[in-house]
Design a protein around this ligand. Structure first.
Ligand SMILES: Cc1cc2nc3c(=O)[nH]c(=O)nc-3n(C[C@H](O)[C@H](O)[C@H](O)COP(=O)(O)OP(=O)(O)OC[C@H]3O[C@@H](n4cnc5c(N)ncnc54)[C@H](O)[C@@H]3O)c2cc1C
Length: 448
């Protein structure tokens, strides 16, 4: 059950089914108190909560989530790819965590009987001028210890993907697919089975030091941090870890951290192949990434349910959790467009950004891009599909922040709080490895 450490008002508690494994209870938080509270039930918060409770079973943990179900945002709106770690700078934390994370994830899915498919991936050069970049990627992948990488020519491309054309490809048989909502649910089950409590429908609005012992709690100042929800509910704790994805910068500011790096939301829209055309694609087909652009480029991705998604593109979103083209939030929009970092990024990538916007509006333009890989594809073979929104951390000079950012804020509370301000993509693949890093950081900072 989703619990509050035994602090439920059981008289009022009424279970209401809201989806797989999810219960909402009418509750009275009373004086709920925990050793450690994690904010955000995305895959990073859940994996970290799981890792912490497994390592410290005698402590009391809770995860607070503003939505009614877990993995409602990035963790439930992504391509579902288990990346093998080809792209990232050798030796970087991002590269190491991806390679280790993928290995841990395959093993975890095996143990938990979570369906996955190691269907492989081709990164395809369709023009000769892309070949040097593809070869550089191959070298990177080898330095990153990605298993099974090979460079293949047009004949082998056709054997693996009969409808795909290309002059050369990087074959990554270790790449796979999984449903990250299922993975997140399994992390949740582990967390709860080990005594952790998950509280949904709790949007954190403030985190501060307790000024005086809560009346009637009988525990004095043992839990010196109070976390308040937008509905005025309080949860007390000794330490806090925030993993708030698209809102990580705003939540950090609540406890006195600097506004930078800011999160700028980029929406990624997918197209979906009509079922009768899914035969066109076997595994993942990716372009050679444009080094000037942070995202991997529009790709063909088979899903665990047998469908095939094409995308995502990357356009500035006018709302942090806005999944439709017309979604707009005045605060999110104003904050993004008045940020010097975004203005600089836009100036640096103006042509590319405009082309992405154009392709987002006109299906035929998007299809033209995809036809470079699968010429047989036509605009009649596709439908508009779902979207996701990426939390892209950006500094004030317009540089994309590619590494972890931990922050504690200032003053007394800084010794009790760890904000995970940026857990760079592919954080779903790397989640179990990221959780090890966060857990180690928590242990060092808080002296567990
Ligand atoms: C379009 C797209 C495609 C991607 N494809 C892949 C892929 O194929 N493979 C891969 O490995 N990675 C992929 N990624 C990246 C991956 O999905 C993310 O890196 C990962 O899900 C991030 O997890 P998270 O827990 O940090 O964030 P989230 O999943 O966004 O979770 C943050 C949680 O915090 C909660 N929260 C926020 N504010 C508050 C508050 N005030 N109070 C309480 N709760 C709060 C939110 O509701 C949310 O549930 C993709 C991402 C996108 C957007």
């Amino acid at each position: 059950m989703y619990g509050l450490g035994g602090m439920w008002d059981r008289g009022l508690a009424r279970a209401l089914s809201l989806g797989p494994g999810t219960l909402r209870l009418h509750r009275s938080l009373g004086h709920s108190a925990y050793d450690v509270v994690i904010v955000g039930a995305g895959i990073v918060g859940l994996a970290s909560g799981r890792q912490l409770v497994l390592r410290h079973p005698s402590l009391k943990f809770a995860i607070l989530e503003k939505e009614k179900v877990i993995a409602s945002h990035q963790s439930g709106h992504n391509s579902g790819v288990i990346h093998s770690g080809i792209y990232y700078t050798p030796g970087s934390l991002k590269a190491r965590l991806c390679v280790r994370g993928a290995a841990l994830l395959y093993n975890y899915c095996d143990r938990k009987a979570i369906p996955f498919r190691q269907c492989g991936k081709l990164i395809v050069a369709v023009e000769n001028q892309e070949v040097p970049r593809l070869q550089a990627l191959y070298k990177r992948g080898l330095l990153n210890n990605v298993p099974g990488l090979r460079v293949i020519g047009p004949k082998e491309i056709k054997e693996k993907e009969p409808y795909c054309r290309g002059v050369m490809a990087l074959d990554s048989p270790y790449t796979g697919i999984v449903n990250y909502k299922q993975v997140s649910q399994a992390y949740t089950d582990d967390f709860r089975d080990s005594g952790g409590s998950l509280v949904t429908d709790f949007e954190v609005s403030n985190i501060e030091m307790v000024k005086e012992a809560p009346a009637g709690s009988g525990r004095g100042m043992d839990y010196p941090v109070v976390i308040r929800s937008t509905k005025g509910e309080d949860v007390y704790c000794k330490y806090v870890v925030t993993c708030a994805g698209l809102f990580s910068d705003r939540l950090s500011q609540v406890s006195g951290c600097s506004p930078e790096p800011r999160i700028v939301p980029f929406r990624g829209d997918y197209l979906v192949l009509k079922p009768e055309k899914c035969y066109l694609v076997n595994g993942n087909i990716y372009p050679v990434p444009n080094p000037r652009f942070p995202f991997l480029g529009v790709h063909f991705t088979p899903r665990m349910d047998g469908s095939v998604w094409l995308g995502p593109n990357a356009v500035l979103a006018f709302k942090r959790e806005g999944y439709r083209l017309c979604d707009f939030n005045a605060k999110d929009f104003t904050e993004a467009v008045t940020y010097s970092g975004l203005r600089k990024l836009v100036l640096k990538n103006f042509t590319f950004g405009m082309a992405e916007m154009y392709r987002a509006c006109f299906l035929s333009a998007q299809v033209k891009e995809l036809q470079k890989f699968v010429p047989e594809l036509s605009v009649h073979d596709i439908l508009r599909g779902p979207s996701g929104v990426r939390a892209q951390a950006l500094d004030k000079d317009g540089n994309l922040v590619d590494d972890f950012v931990f922050d504690g804020g200032s003053g007394e509370i800084a010794n009790r709080i760890l904000h995970v301000r940026n857990a760079p993509s592919p954080a779903a693949t790397s989640s179990l490895a990221i959780a090890e890093v966060i857990s180690a950081e928590v242990e060092e900072r808080f002296g567990f």
